[in-house]
Ligand binder design. Structure first.
Ligand code: AMP
Length: 372
């Protein structure tokens, strides 16, 4: 999940699919448990926003039921209006029936008021209200709501059936309105020896970014014999990846140290799918995102020569032994290279020819960065 842009506004990830599924299941079970054993209720969904919730709820409802819909509208843009328009009404005979309303969200209660008005003359046996979301801070009515999935603060949300001016309904998760992202963040990507560190040093000056190289942070910790350094050393010496949890926590701490940055160059991170997921979630919480993965593409034989050359002066033990170098490529090919597809699928992958003079390669990267 990453930042969404719908029309002129930005939305950040708010409630994940798993959480939504669990809430929906729980609501369906509660409703079922409270009904008399052989009661066949009629569920009435309030369109349009309820369509995904109603579909999932009804699938989770373990028993016979009927389904109908009414269509009401009270929203314009991101603010609720006082007049609720009737677009499609009820056409079943509901006399003596147990009617269960399925609403996606209740905020001021205007729509709810309208629902009570519609049903009060229909002679139903029972009327129950189920709302997936509820905004207690803005609710202005004295009307009962029988089942609430989750109470949330008064911020505009989209996804899982809810829209902003018509779009956004199709996302399986819920997103929350957020200010326009302030940062430009890139992942500088490529196998060991591709020139990520060298290029990052130019780019951070050109664009006033903060460069975080997880390899450098580990080496700093090893030099200072910290606990983290001692732990990382045994993996790094072999050319193995340091465990995700350790690396992710370290990366987060580095980002937090520079909370006011214009943006970050992530160099050597993420290196696994779970690191990529963690980075997305972490930035998403802040209303920020990865804008691009810029990948330096260099053939492997050129890389080995470069690394052995670097090893003569870098003092890096993982640069001097060809078998350790091969192991780093192996780690890259089996765990890291897949991230290309991950960013590609989001239209965020930019491959750059990483062979040539340092200056030329910087220019190639800058051309991409300037389009972001
Ligand atoms: P680098 O300086 O990026 O080539 O990284 C050197 C070594 O540090 C790697 O071979 C790993 O042992 C460790 N390392 C650096 N970044 C990560 C990461 N994101 N995940 C796991 N291990 C890492």
């Amino acid at each position: 999940m990453s930042i969404l842009k719908l029309h002129d506004l930005y939305f950040k990830p708010f409630i994940k699919k798993d959480e939504i599924n669990a809430i929906v299941k729980y609501l369906a079970e509660q409703v079922k448990d409270d009904l008399p054993k052989d009661e066949v209720p009629i569920f009435v969904g309030i369109l349009n926003g309820c369509f995904l919730f109603a579909a999932d709820f009804i699938r989770e409802f373990n028993g016979n039921c009927e389904v109908s819909f009414v269509k009401l509208a009270s929203y314009q843009g991101t603010s609720t209006t006082d007049t609720v328009k009737h677009l499609v009404g009820i056409n079943e005979d509901l006399t003596g029936r147990t009617v269960i309303i399925l609403e996606d969200i209740i905020d001021t209660g205007n729509t709810l008021q309208e629902i009570y008005n519609i049903f009060k003359n229909l002679d139903v046996k029972k009327l129950k209200i189920v709302s997936l979301f509820f905004k207690p801070d803005v609710f202005r009515k004295e009307l009962p709501i029988d089942y609430i999935g989750k109470s949330i603060e008064d911020k505009f949300i989209v996804g899982y059936g809810l829209d902003y001016n018509g779009i956004g309904r199709n996302y399986p998760e819920i997103y929350q309105l957020t200010p326009k992202p302030k940062m430009k963040n890139i992942v500088l990507f490529g196998p060991p020896g591709a020139g990520k560190g060298t290029q990052a040093n130019f780019l951070k000056e050109m664009y006033n970014l903060v460069h975080i190289s997880t390899g450098d942070v580990f080496r700093f910790n090893i030099k200072n014999a910290t606990e983290l350094g001692l732990l990382a050393k045994k993996y790094m010496d072999e050319g193995d990846l340091v465990p995700d949890e350790v690396t992710i926590n370290m990366l987060k701490a580095e980002v937090e140290k520079n909370a006011d940055a214009n943006g970050f160059i992530f160099d050597g991170f993420p290196r696994t799918q779970s690191q990529a997921d963690a980075l997305d979630a972490f930035l998403g919480d802040k209303g920020e995102q990865i804008n691009a993965m810029i990948a330096l593409e260099v053939p492997e034989d050129v890389l080995v020569t470069r690394l052995l050359e670097r090893g003569k002066t870098s003092g890096r033990t993982d640069d001097t032994d060809e078998s350790k170098i091969r192991n780093r490529f192996n780690e890259y090919n089996t765990k890291t290279a897949i991230l290309k597809d991950y960013f590609d699928a989001q239209n965020k992958y930019y491959g750059i020819d990483g062979v040539g003079s340092i200056e030329d390669i910087t220019k190639r990267i800058a051309e991409v960065f300037d389009t972001l």
